[in-house]
Design a protein. Structure first.
Ligand code: ATP
Ligand code: MG
Length: 420
């Protein structure tokens, strides 16, 4: 048992990790262009942050959190999402007192006790961005535009943007009553979780994954038809901004999102190319979350994007991620004197920025060449007694087998020149 990772977790081995590094690098680079700054928050938080922030009628809080008591009898939870911790840090460090808006990005592991399947893990990773301090729909449009551009830069084509408005606490009241009236005749047929939601947060029932509940909510009154003037204008504004940006979208009144804190804008990027877990990115506006968590009344908007789902999608779409060259040169040595000389060169070349390897298993010459091939070295630098006497090395290009002598002191320069 100890030799297999816990269910729902995955190792990322060196031969896969370059893909992660690629998307992480591109994400950070785009954040820079958009003016989002990285924030890193702890992997665990006080449980209360999530019960208040994410909301205690959500799947996440009701059944998915990794919660435990630490040795000081505090209730601690591994972060199931990135927004609440970012909000907590924003409040704790009084970032609202700085010039607004505050624009964060993060790359974080998340933990949710779910049934593992393709694109659904217990430890997964998210990219996220958040804009605090503005209620203007320009901010919502910017966040959506970012996700759209990022997915585009990742070569993702087969994906659709769906947007909705989930209103505000004011207009939600009316919708809530209408929805309860609609669901009442079928109350007994709802799943137990939804029976509980019926009083506490009936809108969550629309998002229930149980097929029986899905059937019951068909034809239910939709929030979008109950928006107050302010929320309706905001939604129209958002669409105008997206039109101006040239971003394609469809309005989907069924989007509720899995977290309680959303107000007004809710959106998802969905694909059919990775099976049932087709939501790659989800986000929206949360005008009361900062206050709910204990800060001043400051609005925010953001998204979370699942990195595993993104990579799965890129793979299924056949997007090529450039694999970095593994090794520039391998130093093959014959004899003790050559080994000492090779060691010195090894260090020097590495200090000059080259990727250089040498054998550490005392292989014979033939074995060293075989190993150099296995490593995919572009060049092999051969050093033996003759070379040492002459102060040279033989430089062999592995692809062409072309070999020539190079003065030892010129080797670094020669390799760097050939790199370019
Ligand atoms: P789903 O409906 O698929 O459960 P969600 O609404 O719970 O998603 P969010 O909380 O909005 O998802 O998280 C944002 C993104 O994180 C999702 O769109 C998805 O790409 C990713 N994600 C969420 N849960 C998981 C998981 N268990 N494993 C892998 N990725 C996940
Ligand atoms: Mg979920």
């Amino acid at each position: 048992m100890v030799t297999s990772a816990p269910k729902g977790t995955k190792d990322i081995l060196p031969e896969q990790v370059y893909k992660w590094q690629y998307v992480e690098e591109k994400f950070a680079e785009l954040c820079e262009r958009y003016g989002f700054k990285e924030i890193r928050t702890p992997v665990f938080e006080h449980t209360e942050l999530f019960t208040r922030g994410v909301g205690d009628t959500t799947d996440i809080v009701q059944k998915e959190m990794y919660t435990f008591e630490d040795h000081g009898h505090r209730s601690i939870t591994l972060k199931p999402e990135g927004t609440s911790p970012a909000v907590r840090a924003f409040i704790e460090h009084k970032q609202y007192a700085e010039v607004q808006p505050t624009k964060y990005y993060y790359v974080t592991p998340c933990y949710r006790y779910e049934k593992p399947q393709a694109g659904r893990l217990r430890e997964f990773h998210q990219f996220g961005i958040e804009t605090f301090g503005t209620g203007d729909m320009l901010a919502d449009a910017e966040v959506i535009c970012f996700a759209n551009d990022f997915l585009g830069e990742m070569g993702v084509t087969d994906i659709r943007l769906r947007i909705n408005s989930v209103g505000c606490p004011e207009c939600r009241k009316k919708h809530r009553e209408a929805l309860k009236d609609f669901l009442k005749p079928n109350y007994d047929k709802l799943c137990n979780t939804c029976k509980d939601r019926y009083e506490r947060n009936p809108m969550r029932i629309i998002d229930c994954k149980s097929p029986e509940c899905q059937e019951i909510v068909k034809g239910a009154p939709m929030m979008i038809d109950y928006l107050c003037d302010d929320c309706r204008e905001a939604f129209e504004d958002l669409q105008k901004n997206l039109d101006a940006l040239g971003i394609e979208y469809e309005v989907d009144p069924t989007i509720v999102r899995g977290l309680d804190y959303y107000t007004k804008t809710a959106f998802e990027f969905v694909t059919d190319a990775i099976g049932a877990q087709g939501t790659v990115c989800g986000g929206g506006r949360y005008d009361h979350l900062v206050e709910e968590v204990g800060g001043p009344p400051i609005p925010g908007v953001g998204f979370g994007l699942g990195i595993e789902r993104l990579l799965l999608l890129m793979e299924n779409l056949g997007v090529e991620i450039p694999e970095p060259d593994a090794v520039d040169a391998f130093i093959a040595v014959m004899g003790d004197e050559a080994k000492a000389c090779g060691l010195k060169l090894l260090r020097e070349l590495r200090q000059k920025g080259l990727r250089v390897q040498m054998d550490t298993l005392a292989r014979n010459v033939k074995g060293q060449f075989k190993y150099a091939n296995r490593l995919g070295a572009r060049y092999t630098v051969v050093i033996g007694d003759d070379e040492i006497k002459a102060g040279v090395v033989s430089l062999k290009e592995m692809a062409t087998s072309e070999q020539r002598e190079v003065k030892m002191e010129n080797l670094a320069e020669e390799l760097i020149k050939r790199e370019e």
